[in-house]
Design a protein around this ligand. Structure first.
Ligand code: HEM
Length: 245
């Protein structure tokens, strides 16, 4: 096939309303020119990272809306928007697998193009790390404190599958999906450059394992431990087998 012909077609004319509304000319200029790629995997490398940044922009924007609706105690809106956030996080994680279609050697060629660039500089990731704290404060003020509730009450002693409980589970799911993204990203590094290698910043990628231990909403995980200890105390730490009765 005539590559130049198809390259031109991929960029489109930019004249149709569809192209104008989506700003496809600008969008396609965000990738290197076809002839500038270091190899044939680099287009997918750039696109996956760019799409991930766009998904993080959408998540951050949606979390701002969620915070507004938390303050209005508009649970239906909060839950629907969290569904959008959760689906987007799942997409982000799933998409990492695309990069596993690239051989370790071809990635090394691309890696030479990255300068000092590192995922730690990702604007999307950096803003997302800042948002869970204010989201938790809004949840605590409007769903718990204002109703004289606590995490313990909504999960255990006054459990009624209430709005506060449903919103808390949406928060827990966000935390869990973020962890899953981090875990799959670590697996991707394992697959492409190895886990023992130094990063472009000169630090060991094993530092990323600390990220796996980060919990945005530790209270929501601790309540599970407390409940298991408390309920388990009824039969002691070691349970009798069902067959003993
Ligand atoms: C072959 C693909 C990839 C490799 C080999 C890779 C490698 C790495 C390494 C070594 C780090 C450690 C930080 C440092 O550079 O010092 C890192 C951090 C990071 N990477 Fe990747 N990465 C890849 C793809 C991606 C993709 C597709 C994303 C999409 C968002 C991403 C997002 C991040 C983020 C957000 C961090 C910072 C994590 C934190 O601070 O907890 N990476 N990456």
């Amino acid at each position: 096939m005539d590559r130049q012909h198809f390259y031109a077609m991929m960029n489109g004319s930019g004249e149709f309303d569809y192209e104008l509304y989506l700003n496809t000319q600008a969008l396609f200029s965000c990738q290197k020119n076809f002839e500038a790629f270091s190899n044939r995997d680099e287009l997918q490398f750039q696109i996956v990272h760019q799409v991930e940044e766009l998904w993080m922009k959408l998540i951050a924007y949606t979390l701002l809306d969620i915070d507004d609706y938390l303050q209005q105690e508009n649970t239906n809106r909060v839950v629907t928007l969290f569904r959008r956030v959760h689906l987007t996080l799942r997409l982000m994680t799933e998409q990492l697998g695309l990069l596993e279609t690239m051989s370790p050697k071809e990635y090394q060629e691309i890696r030479l193009q990255l300068g000092h660039g590192s995922g730690q500089e990702s604007p999307g990731f950096r803003v997302l790390l800042k948002m869970p704290h204010p989201i938790w404060e809004s949840f605590q003020k409007y769903y718990l404190d204002n109703h004289e509730l606590s995490v313990e009450k909504i999960y255990n002693s006054e459990y009624a599958h209430s709005d506060a409980y449903v919103v808390a589970e949406s928060l827990a799911e966000f935390d869990e999906l973020f962890q899953k993204f981090r875990y799959h990203h670590l697996q991707l590094i394992h697959r492409s450059i190895g886990l023992g290698a130094k990063s472009l910043k000169g630090r060991s990628v094993e530092l990323l394992e600390n990220g796996l231990r980060v919990q945005f909403f530790p209270e929501l995980w601790e309540i599970r431990n407390q409940m298991t200890d408390q309920w388990g105390a009824q039969y002691g730490v070691k349970r009798d087998s069902i067959g003993d009765h």
